[in-house]
Design a protein around this ligand. Sequence first.
Ligand code: 5GP
Ligand code: ZN
Length: 111
Amino acid sequence: MSDCLFCKIIAGEIPGNVVFENDKVFAFRDINPQAPVHVLIVPKKHMANVLECDGETAAALTDAIREIAAKEGVAESGFRVISNCGHDGAQSVNHLHVHLLGGRALPERMG
Ligand code: 5GP
Ligand code: ZN
């Protein structure tokens, strides 16, 4: 999608600090990290959020989460995955993304 920020990062039109890439998934560091490890994991195919996510994409994202967590050294200590959806979910970029947060003990409160 031409006016989508994350599509532009995936296409290399806007620089992103890439941590992972395969044929379906792209991952890069959040520009405003909320934890020592804060990676955004996105499908290469544009879709707005989880409401538009198909099973194949969900599986590819899950596999990437596991691989990135290991690569970032948080698989054993633990981490959090969040996907904000829509207005009340405070989604600010309308390209499906999963936040992977870790590297410190995260607060119990989620909202
Ligand atoms: P949301 O609020 O939609 O769940 O998350 C969007 C995330 O994208 C935010 O955490 C924000 O910091 C991140 N973000 C916004 N613009 C950019 C950018 O240009 N580059 C990167 N790497 N992250 C961005
Ligand atoms: Zn997009």
